[in-house]
Design a protein around this ligand. Structure first.
Ligand code: HEM
Length: 418
């Protein structure tokens, strides 16, 4: 009623001047107390220092993910990043990544997503299980004898790229290139502005090389289809009589969306488990809890903290008027710690149920790789705990500070002993 509206607009006025430093070192280390403060003080917050709106309540983030008035087309943000530099500098990059379905709204998105699903059939997924198990075992074999390892450089960095390269059916000799192209194209996003030109040039060159590489693979697989994902996608496009020009964009999306997300989530999970010895013990005593433990790891310390949308029209969220064209950061990690949804949200509870976290971003862009990611994490954590039951932090080496950008949260290194 009227009274409620009055309260809302008073709150809005009072909070207009509020500003938060999301990049302070102690916030990077642990952003959850700040998310709590923002959620309590100004849940739909305009952060003038960033020029973004920030949503921190579960209810608002969930609704925004399903809101058709919000667009996923963030190409203007790529271009803004360039500052004074000419757009032609990232022509190949824009062609490749700007045309991927993660940037699209319906109806384009719906059409592309249906085709992309053909690469993730149940049958394909089952065939990946042994690839994942073998790759995990090989990486652990390499450190077994030494009694210590870095979870990040020895396991979580190589694992997702090796797996996706095998799933794509990319020859061994091309794997290093694949990783270089993926790194170059993904590091342009959210790049620090001082070396933006160099990053843009690298991203563009790698985008051109990746496009040529995938086009070549597609041509080969059209002649001789296999059971790999590139063959499955090529067949799906052939059946629909579609132009293959979209395939490099889909492939770079699958590669990039599945890499750093998984790379970051593994150490986040290892750290959560080692910091909660009772929960870890419970999992060791009852390995069947692994699936539920993984959902809790994703809720408790997501690797993707925010996803971005652009308002297509003037909208109102939580009593705040958000003008058309505004950039809105949907706080997945903040929502996953909202006490209105999760009792004792800062507790790590591997048996939490229900656990409707937003880590994979529900709605039409719901993570295409969620089933694969869950399988990877499942095998990775089960194998790690089975082979190295004494897993513990390596106290002989100094703790490494957390790494995080506004969007991605992980570790640069996580030394452990076993
Ligand atoms: C989309 C998270 C692993 C492929 C998303 C989104 C999130 C997410 C939050 C939604 C983005 C948005 O709404 O703008 C994660 C996390 C992962 C993970 C936390 C690991 C723990 C993977 C893997 C793959 C993958 C392994 C593929 C191999 C994709 C794709 C999309 C997507 C293709 C875009 C879907 C679309 O636009 O319709 N992911 N992801 N992800 N993810 Fe994942």
């Amino acid at each position: 009623g009227l009274n409620g509206e009055d309260n809302q607009s008073t709150l809005a006025k009072r909070n207009q001047s509020l500003t938060y430093d999301l990049f302070a070192p102690e916030i990077i280390a642990n952003p959850y107390p700040l998310y709590k403060r923002i959620r309590e003080e100004d849940p739909v917050h305009y952060e003038a220092s960033l020029g973004y709106w920030i949503l921190t309540r579960y209810q608002d983030v969930e609704a925004a993910l399903r809101d058709e008035r919000l667009s996923s087309d963030r190409r203007t943000l790529f271009i803004q990043q360039l500052g004074n530099l000419d757009v032609s500098l990232i022509q190949n990059f824009l062609q490749l990544t700007g045309n991927s379905m993660i940037e699209k709204d319906p109806p384009d998105h719906s059409r592309m997503r249906k085709l992309a699903n053909q690469g993730f059939t149940t049958r394909a997924l089952e065939s990946w299980r042994s690839i994942i198990q073998k790759t995990t075992d090989t990486l652990l074999d390499q450190v077994q004898h030494q009694g210590y390892m870095d979870i990040v450089s020895d396991l979580s960095v190589p694992l997702p790229s090796l797996i996706i390269a095998k799933i794509f059916g990319v020859p061994e000799s091309d794997r290093a290139n694949l990783i270089k192209w993926a790194t170059d194209t993904s590091s342009f996003w959210g790049a620090p502005s001082k070396n933006i030109e160099e990053l843009a040039r690298k991203a563009d060159t790698s985008a051109a090389q990746f496009t040529a590489f995938i086009n070549q693979l597609v041509a080969e697989r059209r002649q001789k289809p296999g059971t790999d994902m590139i063959s499955l996608l090529t067949m799906a496009y052939t059946e629909q009589n579609l132009d293959f020009a979209e395939l490099p964009s889909l492939c770079i999306l699958i590669l990039n969306a599945g890499r750093s997300t998984t790379t970051d989530l593994i150490p986040n999970g290892v750290s959560a488990l080692l910091n909660h010895p009772q929960q870890l013990q419970k999992l060791k005593d009852n390995p069947a809890l692994i699936s539920s433990a993984i959902e809790e790891i994703i809720r408790y310390d997501s690797s993707v903290s925010f996803v971005f949308r652009i308002a297509k029209e003037n909208i109102e969220i939580g009593g705040q008027k958000i003008p058309a064209g505004s950039v809105i950061a949907l706080g997945l990690a903040a929502a996953n710690h909202d006490p209105a949804k999760f009792p004792l949200p800062d507790n790590f509870d591997i048996e939490r149920s229900p656990n409707e976290h937003l880590g994979f971003g529900p709605g039409i862009h719901f993570c295409l790789g969620a089933v694969l990611a869950r399988m990877e994490l499942n095998i990775c954590f089960s194998t790690l705990l089975k082979r190295f039951p004494n897993l513990q932090f390596d106290s002989t080496r100094p703790p490494v500070p957390r790494r995080s950008t506004l969007v991605f949260k992980g570790f640069d290194a996580l030394p452990v002993r076993f």
